[in-house]
Structures are given as structure tokens and as C-alpha cells.
Design a protein around this ligand. Structure first.
Ligand SMILES: [Zn+2]
Length: 440
């Protein structure tokens, strides 16, 4: 199956179009909430959830208000959410989920619980819309069921067969998310179902060489990479993400706190709740941006270094460390690796997940496990030869060793910070003295 990517476009509806979008999305949310209510009620009454019966009930209730194709998409999406929930539940009961996952919840409502305002979202089937680019940065999306032709802004990176389209209202703006099967042709019955973007294949660049890189994923260093036959080690610092996360976390707690106090006192609290929601949204956006910058920056550096294969370790100590909410919220190992896999593919670089066995505890110099080898400030000390090296680079070297490859011995470290503007090379600012120290 061809790889799928999501394209995000900003929609710029006219005023009457916007009014119509609000109305339609509101109805869609109502349909979602009603079907979800029926299902939740059955679930909590332990009656067994009748997906088909509830589907038909809501379908019949709404089919005159919302275009049937659009209505089906909402109900199908709710079906998918429930099936996903059942699958998780089964895994939970079989003890197959990570230990920090104690419970899973049934699908929620498209609604803000406190303000009672609906979440506005429309789902459009792949053959019920088409995209008309005007030039590289703008065009129109034609929504057949709603009789609308809405202007969009944004570059479409990928060409291929279009999938489902979601139209979402976020912080006062409308966005379109469309999935594209990159390079695939549309079905014969829907020749217009082809999105024309910049690239019709995922791989945009050719690898410059055939080196292997070994990467440890962590918190203080989001990525620590050593490269076969290279005297450089690469660190992509995680500190900006961490700072960003904790800053927004404080903002959220503040707004939430004021909101709750005012609510309890019977004072107007709604504006504080809105601030809280805005903070939540901005936090998500900022973190996503930083993560993407880090991933793309790493891919670029690896490509420049002639890498064609990457081995990423599964960080056992981090993943199992449930006390760290930061890890769960920001760092999402799976998501990060998936994103890395996707971006590396654009550079023709393959990613393999490696079993990271004791890579953080073992000494990559002598192969022993030194008691308390990992010391303060991200250093690992070899007790036998009395040398200190960056702990994450130690782990990355161990990934190579565990796989039976020659362990790269970097002589210098290049550290980069993800910023809102791409990666910047780190200059000594005294915040992390050891990252500038020789690697070995
Ligand atoms: Zn040692």
C-alpha cells in the first residue's frame, strides 16, 4: 500500500460560507454526541453496545438535516472510535498495555464540558470533494454535498489519491486536513480524486553515502546520534521542548485555578476557561512545531553526513518510567519514531527499531556495567579507564555494539537546539557544560 500523509490547509471561507460551515459542523457534532450518548449509556449499563442499531437510529433522525454522505462519515468515525476503544479494552484486560495505563475511556463528546459549546468538525468522504489548486500556495476546495467552493491557503506537499477530508474549527480558524496516498492514482470512477501537490513520491532526496547511524532517544537530548566512520556525534537538545512544556503547564494550571475559584464563588469564570483552552491549544501547537523541527533537523544532518540507515533504540528506562508525566505528554516515543521514520523516508534513509538492552547502564568503552556509571548532568563515567563521556552518546554507541556493528568513536560533539526557526548550532552558554566536552 502506498504511504499516506496528511496535508493541512487553512480555509478562508467568505462570511456566508463561514456561517454555513458553523451550522453544518454544529449539526455534525450534535449527531456525534447523540450517537455517542446512546452508546455510552449502553456501555455503562453493561448491555453491550449495539453499533448497528444506534447507527440506524441517529441516521434516520438526521438524514434530512445533514447530507447523508456527510452524516455517514460522522457515524462511521464514531464507529471507528468505539472499535478502537474495544480493542484497547481487550488489550488492557489481557495485560498487554504498558504498566502506566490503568484504564481506558470510551469515546468522548464533541463538546467542551464546561462551556457546553460543541467542537466543530466535519468529515467528508474521499469522493465527495475535490481540490482545485490555483497556484502553489492557494486554491479552492469544492465540497459537493454542501454546494460550497471554499478558498484555502497553504502549500500541498504531496500528490496522490485523496482520502478522507476533515474540516476542523480551531481557535477561531478553519482548517482542512486531508489524507493523501502519495503517488497513488484515484479510482477510475473518481478521476478528480487526485490531489496535485509538489511531490508524487515520498523519497525526495538520494542518500549521499551508505553509512549507518545509531540513535538514542531521551529527554535532555531528544536525539543523540553516532555515525559509522565519522568523528562527530550529534546531539539534538530537548531542553527547549522541556522549557516550553513546563511554561505552558504553569499557564494552564494558573488559568484553571482562577477559573475554579471564581466558579466556586459564583463569579463569571468563562473567560478564564477560554484562556485555559487557548493555552492548551498553543501548547500543543508549539510542541508539535518543536518536535517537527528537531526531527527534520536531525534528518538533514544525517543526510549531509552520508547516512542511509538509522538504528533507533527503544529506551527502556524512559518508557517504563511512569512517574514522568513529561515523557508521556511531550515525548510520546511512538509518535516521535513514527514521525522520524516518515521524514527520514524523504531523504531515502531507512529506520530500524533496535532492541535497546541495557544501553544506558552499560559502559560503551569497556562493556561492563559500572555501578552508578551514570552520574550527574548527563555524564557516564568508565570506572575502569576513568574516562567520562556523554551518557546519551554512551547509549547510542551501545546500540551499535549490541547489533554487532563497530562502535563509532566520535571525537567531537555537535549540539543543536530546535527553535521556532529551525535548528541552531549550540554555542557555549554554560547551561550544559558537558555537551561541549569531547565525546571520548
Ligand atoms: Zn567502562
Amino acid at each position: 500500500m502506498p504511504p499516506t500523509r496528511t496535508v493541512r490547509l487553512r480555509l478562508l471561507p467568505t462570511t456566508p460560507q463561514e456561517r454555513k460551515l458553523h451550522r453544518l459542523a454544529n449539526t455534525a457534532a450534535k449527531a456525534w454526541n447523540e450517537v455517542n450518548y446512546l452508546r455510552r449509556r449502553q456501555f455503562f449499563a453493561k448491555q453491550g453496545v449495539d453499533l448497528r442499531g444506534t447507527y440506524n437510529e441517529i441516521y434516520n433522525r438526521y438524514r434530512r438535516i445533514l447530507a447523508p454522505a456527510a452524516l455517514q462519515q460522522i457515524l462511521n468515525k464514531n464507529n471507528e472510535a468505539w472499535l478502537g476503544f474495544f480493542a484497547l479494552l481487550a488489550k488492557l484486560n489481557a495485560g498487554e498495555l504498558p504498566p502506566h495505563v490503568k484504564k481506558v475511556s470510551p469515546p468522548g463528546y464533541w463538546k467542551d464540558r464546561l462551556l457546553g459549546r460543541r467542537v466543530k468538525r466535519l468529515v467528508v468522504r474521499s469522493d465527495r470533494y475535490y481540490v482545485e489548486p490555483v497556484n502553489g500556495g492557494e486554491g479552492y476546495i469544492v465540497l459537493k454535498d454542501f454546494g460550497m467552493r471554499v478558498r484555502y491557503a497553504g502549500r500541498i506537499k504531496w500528490s496522490g489519491k485523496q482520502g478522507r477530508l476533515e474540516i476542523v474549527y480551531e481557535r477561531g480558524r478553519w482548517f482542512a486536513y486531508l489524507t493523501v496516498e502519495v503517488g497513488a492514482q484515484p479510482p477510475a470512477g473518481n478521476p478528480k480524486g487526485y490531489v496535485r501537490g509538489t511531490y508524487d513520491r515520498i523519497q525526495i532526496k538520494q542518500p549521499k553515502g551508505d553509512k549507518k547511524a545509531f540513535i538514542d532517544i531521551g529527554i535532555n537530548n531528544l536525539f543523540a546520534a553516532v555515525i559509522e566512520g565519522s568523528d562527530r556525534a550529534i546531539l539534538i537538545k530537548g531542553t527547549p521542548l522541556k522549557a516550553e512544556y513546563f511554561w505552558w503547564k504553569r499557564q494552564k494550571a494558573l488559568y484553571q485555578g482562577v477559573r475554579d475559584v471564581r466558579r466556586n464563588l459564583g463569579l463569571p469564570w468563562q473567560s478564564w476557561h477560554r484562556r485555559y483552552l487557548r493555552a492548551l491549544w498553543r501548547m500543543r501547537e508549539r510542541l508539535r512545531h518543536y518536535r517537527n523541527t528537531a526531527v527534520r533537523g536531525l534528518a538533514e544532518v544525517l543526510w549531509e553526513s552520508g547516512v542511509s540507515e538509522v538504528y533507533v533504540g527503544y529506551p527502556e528506562d524512559i518508557a517504563h518510567d511512569q512517574q514522568n508525566e513529561y515523557v508521556v505528554n511531550v515525548w510520546g516515543y511512538k509518535k516521535l519514531v513514527q514521525r522520524l521514520t516518515e521524514v527520514l523516508a524523504e531523504y531515502g534513509i531507512k529506520l530500524y527499531a533496535a532492541d535497546e538492552h541495557s544501553t544506558s547502564k552499560t559502559c560503551s568503552i569497556c562493556g561492563e556495567i559500572h555501578e552508578n556509571g551514570r552520574v550527574h548532568r548527563g555524564l557516564y563515567v568508565c570506572k575502569r579507564f576513568n574516562v567520562a563521556l556523554n551518557a546519551d552518546i554512551n547509549a547510542a554507541r551501545n546500540i551499535a555494539a549490541n547489533l554487532g556493528f563497530k562502535t563509532p568513536a566520535p571525537k567531537k560533539i555537535e549540539a543543536y537546539y530546535p527553535t521556532s526557526n529551525g535548528l541552531t548550532p549550540k554555542r557555549g552558554n554554560g547551561r550544559d557544560p558537558h555537551s561541549a566536552a569531547p565525546a571520548l
